[in-house]
Ligand binder design. Structure first.
Ligand code: F6R
Length: 612
C-alpha cells in the first residue's frame, strides 16, 4: 500500500525521490506526489495515476532541491485524485507531510480545526494531521518536533509520517506506529522509506524505526526519541539485500522472474538448516522452542491470502508428521471473534511482507491471551517478525510482483522444516522417514527446475484459454490448498473469475457450473487420493467440462481421459505442493500477459496490506 520516500543531503532530491517512488510501485497505489524546498519555497507537485504521469507532468521543469518528501497513495479517505494525493500542506502552507496508515479520530480533530478557521483542500485524514500539528505549534509556541509528538499522542490509528517545514530547510521529522519506516544513513545524507528498496542503491546502513519513535534529522545529524522525549541510540543494521534482487534482470515482469527464481529461493529457505547426509535439521530461531511446539495441544495459524494457503498446507503437515491439532484462521476473522486461546496454544503467523494489518492485530490478540507466537516472515525486520516471540525467516529474497509466488513456496518449505523438527522432537516420525524427507527436500529445487521444461506447453494451453470467463480448480489433500492458490493467482492477475474447491466437494454444488465452456484444472498427482481424483475427473468429463490436469510424470491413465496434461516430477506426497503449484503460477502468468494485464501491479491490489 502507500509508500514513503524522503531525502535530505547534497544530491538532487527530486530525481532521487522519483526513482525511490518507482521502486515502491510494487506496493500498489493510485496517485503520487513530492514536496520540495526550492530556493526557500515549499512546493508540492502531485498527480493521480502512475509515478510516470507525475514525472511527465513535471518534464522540462527545473526542480532543484536537496530536501524533499515523496509518496505513493493507495486511496482510503477520499477517491484517488490530484487533490487527495500526498504530500499535504498545513493551513499556513509552511509544513508538508506524507503519511501511510489511517488516523481513525481525524473527523473529530477536523471539526475542531474548522471551528478555529482552518480550511481543507482534500478529503484525507492526512491533511487533518498536518493542520493539527500546525495548530499545536501555534498554540504552544513549541518546536515543530514537540508539536509532532504532542499531535501523535492525540491521534488514534496507524501512521508512518515524514514532515518538513519551510522554516527549517535542513530538517526532516519522521515517526511511526504500526506502519513501517526505514532510515538509510549515507555520507552526510539521510533517506526515509517504507522499505529498504529505494535506499539500497545508496547505502546499506539502515535503522528500522520502532513504534512511537520520532526520528529527527537536523544539521546533518540523526536523533531518535520516543513520544515522551526519551532518547534512544539508533541501532544501525546492514542490509543484506542486493540491488539486482529488486531489478527485473532481463525478464518482462517481476512475477515471471520470481517464478523462475524458485529453485534458488527454495534452496535459500533451507540453506544452513538441513543436511540429509547426517539427518541434520536446525532452525536457529526456533531451536530453543521445539519443546514448546512438541508439547502444544493445538497450533493456530493466522494469515491472509496466499500466506493463508501456505497455512492450510501446514495444517496437513503438522497433523500428519507431528500429530498436533491445527486450526488455520483468516487473520481478519480471528481478530474480531472472541477466540478461545489457551496459554499452551502455539500461534504461527505467516506473512511475506510482515506488515499485514490483520495478521499483526491477530498476533496482538493472541499475545494478550497468553499464547506463544511464532512468525514465518519473508521481510527481515518487519513489524510481524518483531511482534512475534520467535520465528524463522523464509529467505526468499524481495518479492516485488504483487502476486505471491516464490514467497509461497518458501513459506511451505519453512513450514515443512518446522513440522519435521517438531515431529522429530516429539518422536512421531521414524528416523527413516525423517531422513527420506530431508533427502527429498534437497531434491525439490531440481524438480521445480524440471517443471520449467513445460513452460512452452503451458503457454500454449494459456493461449487456448485466454478468453475464458471462469475457471474451476480442484484438488484433494495437500493439493486442495494448491487448488485455492491456483485460483487466487488467476483471478488477481488476469481478472478471470476462478474458484478453488476440494475435488469431492464439487458434487455439492459447483458441478452445476460444468459445461463445455468451463475449464477445470485438476491437481491429479500420484498420491493417496489418486483413484478418487480420477473419479472426479470422470464426473467432470461426463458433463463435457474441459479438463487441464496436473499429473505426475509417466502417468498413462489420466492423459487418455482429459483435454490437456501438464507433468510434474514425482516427489514424496508431503512435498507435492512445492512442485504442483508451479504450473498453476505459470498458467496464470501467461493468461494474464496474453490478456494484456498489468501483471506486476494488478488493479486495486497492494503488495503490503497495511489497512484492515
Ligand atoms: C496473493 C497475495 C496476497 C497476500 C496477502 C497476505 O498473491 O500476495 O493474497 O498473500 O495479502 O500478505 P502477506 O503474506 O504479506 O501477509
Amino acid at each position: 500500500m502507500c509508500g514513503i520516500v524522503a531525502y535530505v543531503g547534497n544530491k538532487e532530491a527530486y530525481s532521487l525521490i522519483l526513482k525511490g517512488l518507482k521502486r515502491l510501485e510494487y506496493r500498489g497505489y493510485d496517485s503520487s506526489g513530492v514536496a520540495l524546498l526550492e530556493n526557500g519555497e515549499l512546493n508540492i507537485y502531485k498527480k493521480k495515476g502512475k509515478v510516470s504521469e507525475l514525472e511527465a507532468g513535471l518534464a522540462g521543469k527545473e526542480l532543484h532541491a536537496t530536501i524533499g518528501i515523496g509518496h505513493t497513495r493507495w486511496a482510503t479517505h477520499g477517491e484517488p485524485n490530484d487533490v487527495n494525493a500526498h504530500p499535504h500542506f498545513s493551513n499556513n502552507r509552511k509544513l508538508a507531510v506524507v503519511h501511510n496508515g489511517i488516523i481513525e479520530n481525524y473527523a473529530a480533530i477536523k471539526k475542531n480545526l474548522i471551528s478555529k478557521g482552518h480550511t481543507f483542500q482534500s478529503e484525507t485524514d492526512t491533511e487533518v494531521l498536518i493542520h493539527f500539528i500546525e495548530d499545536i505549534q501555534a498554540e504552544t509556541g513549541d518546536s515543530l518536533e514537540s508539536a509532532v509528538k504532542l499531535a501523535l499522542k492525540e491521534v488514534v490509528g496507524a501512521y508512518a509520517i515524514v514532515v518538513m517545514s519551510v522554516d527549517q530547510p535542513g530538517q526532516l521529522i519522521a515517526a511511526r506506529k504500526g506502519s513501517p519506516l526505514v532510515i538509510g544513513i549515507g555520507e552526510e545524507e539521510y533517506f526515509f522509506a517504507s522499505d529498504a528498496t529505494p535506499i539500497i542503491a545508496y547505502t546499506k546502513n539502515v535503522v528500522y524505526l520502532d513504534d512511537y519513535e520520532v526520528a529527527v534529522v537536523r544539521d546533518g545529524k540523526l536523533s531518535i526519541q520516543n513520544l515522551d522525549n526519551t532518547e534512544t541510540i539508533p541501532y544501525i543494521q546492514k542490509l543484506e539485500m542486493e540491488l539486482e534482487a529488486i531489478e527485473k534482470g532481463g525478464y518482462d515482469h517481476f512475477m515471471i522472474k520470481e517464478i523462475f527464481e524458485q529453485p534458488r529461493s527454495i534452496a535459500d529457505s533451507m540453506r544452513g538448516r538441513l543436511r540429509s547426509s547426517d539427518s541434520h535439521l536446525q532452525l536457529g530461531g526456533l531451536s530453543n522452542h521445539l519443546d514448546k511446539l512438541a508439547q502444544a495441544e493445538r497450533i493456530v495459524i493466522v494469515a491472509c491470502g496466499t500466506s493463508w494457503h501456505a497455512g492450510l498446507v501446514a495444517e496437513y503437515l503438522f497433523e500428519e508428521l507431528a500429530r498436533i491439532n491445527v486450526e488455520v484462521e483468516y487473520a481478519s476473522e480471528f481478530r474480531y471473534r472472541n477466540p478461545v486461546i489457551k496459554e499452551n496454544d502455539i500461534v504461527i503467523a505467516i506473512s511475506q511482507s510482515g506488515e499485514t494489518a490483520d495478521t499483526l492485530a491477530a498476533i496482538e490478540l493472541a499475545k494478550s491471551k497468553g499464547a506463544t507466537i511464532f512468525g514465518v516472515c519473508n521481510v527481515v525486520g518487519s513489524s510481524i517478525a518483531r511482534a512475534t516471540h520467535a520465528g524463522a525467516y523464509t529467505h526468499a529474497g524481495p518479492e516485488i510482483g504483487v502476486a505471491s509466488t516464490k514467497a509461497f513456496t518458501a513459506q511451505v518449505t519453512v513450514l515443512t522444516l518446522i513440522a519435521l523438527a517438531t515431529a522429530k522432537q516429539k518422536g512421531t516420525i521414524s528416523e527413516e522417514v525423517f531422513r527420506q524427507l530431508l533427502t527429498e527436500l534437497e531434491n525439490i529445487p531440481d524438480k521445480v527446475e524440471k517443471v520449467f521444461e513445460n513452460a512452452s506447453k503451458i503457454k500454449e494451453i494459456a493461449f487456448i484459454f485466454t478468453y475464458a470467463r471462469n475457471f474451476i480448480y480442484l484438488g484433494r489433500g495437500l493439493n486442495f490448498p494448491v487448488a485455492l492458490e491456483g485460483a487466487l493467482k488467476l483471478k488477481e492477475i488476469s481478472y478471470i473469475h476462478a474458484e478453488g474447491y476440494p475435488a469431492a466437494e464439487m458434487k455439492h454444488g459447483p458441478i452445476a457450473l460444468i459445461d463445455e465452456d468451463m475449464p477445470v484444472v485438476f491437481l491429479a498427482t500420484k498420491d493417496s487420493s489418486y483413484e478418487k481424483i480420477v473419479s472426479n475427473i470422470q464426473e467432470v468429463k461426463a458433463r463435457k467440462g474441459r479438463v487441464i490436469a496436473i499429473v505426475t510424470e509417466g502417468d498413462t491413465l489420466i492423459p487418455g481421459m482429459v483435454d490437456f496434461v501438464i507433468e510434474v516430477p514425482e516427489t514424496h506426497e508431503i512435498l507435492t505442493p512445492l512442485v504442483s503449484v508451479i504450473p498453476l503460477q505459470l498458467l496464470s502468468y501467461y493468461i494474464a500477459v496474453m490478456r494484456g494485464r498489468n501483471v506486476d501491479q494488478p488493479r486495486n491490489l497492494a503488495k503490503s496490506v497495511t489497512v484492515e
